[in-house]
Design a protein around this ligand. Structure first.
Ligand code: ZN
Length: 249
């Protein structure tokens, strides 16, 4: 599960990936026959409501920069889905995504999932209860208004969350949430703290490929109890997929 921030003609800083490198990464995703699903779809897989495709990948963008829509449209044109988390208070600001661009992304339909990423991008685990709820609930409402539909996935700013923040996100009606962890997510992951691996400016093709095939980053384990449940769910998904293959589907 990949986490991008900005994609620019020339990389400005560590979390901005140069456009050329991003295009090369799309080529790698296609050459390795990865199927991109959204965070919401991954959460459904974790819950056992949907089978994971072969070689799944989740591509996410945080914050919502002015160059994010172009990158997302590139992915969609290549048949890859993406999830975009928007910092509500930054929409329309200098260098950031505009309200019209948000509406255009919403019109892409199922290949593009829009998510909330708070209003002002604070560390939520440091906020008082009232401010915490406001950042989560009002941030959701703002994005919903611009998107013209329900938003049910959230990304923790700075990847910062604790049990209280996670509970507030669930209470606000979100069905999934993305963390950072820099690990590989899987069907045993927590749907309200899905692991993502940050793609940085200096990430070369070989490293990117190793993160994709799972050899370049650790799996995200929640706890032992869950680990057994996951192994069980993984077996169930594998059984379902092989049954489907046997049926020629
Ligand atoms: Zn962010």
């Amino acid at each position: 599960m990949l986490l991008y921030h900005g994609i620019a003609a020339a990389s400005r800083e560590r979390f901005t990936v140069a456009r050329e490198r991003f295009l090369q990464q799309i080529e790698i995703l296609l050459a390795t026959e990865h199927t991109a699903i959204t965070i919401g779809e991954l959460a459904d897989c974790i819950r056992g409501a949907r089978a994971l495709p072969a070689r799944p990948v989740v591509i996410t963008f945080d914050d919502g920069y002015e160059d994010t829509p172009a990158a997302v449209h590139r992915l969609v044109a290549a048949g890859l889905r993406a999830t975009v988390y928007l910092t509500a208070g930054s929409i329309g600001a200098d260098g950031m995504i505009s309200a019209a661009q948000v509406a255009a992304l919403a019109e892409c339909g199922p290949p593009v999932e829009l998510g909330a990423h708070s209003i002002s991008h604070p560390r939520l685990d440091e906020l008082e209860p009232h401010a915490l709820r406001r950042e989560i609930i009002e941030g959701k409402q703002i994005v919903e208004q611009l998107a013209g539909g329900a938003i049910d996935t959230f990304a923790y700013p700075h990847g910062a969350y604790d049990a209280r923040v996670r509970a507030a996100v669930i209470e606000a009606g979100f069905r999934s949430a993305a963390a950072v962890k820099n690990a590989i997510s899987h069907t045993g992951d927590d749907p309200w703290a899905i692991a993502r691996y940050t793609v940085t400016r200096d990430m070369r093709a070989d490293r990117f490929a190793r993160v994709l095939d799972g050899s370049g980053a650790p799996p995200a384990w929640r706890d032992e109890r869950r680990r057994t449940r996951i192994a069980r769910a993984g077996r169930r998904v594998r059984r379902r997929l092989s049954a489907r293959e046997a049926n020629g589907a």
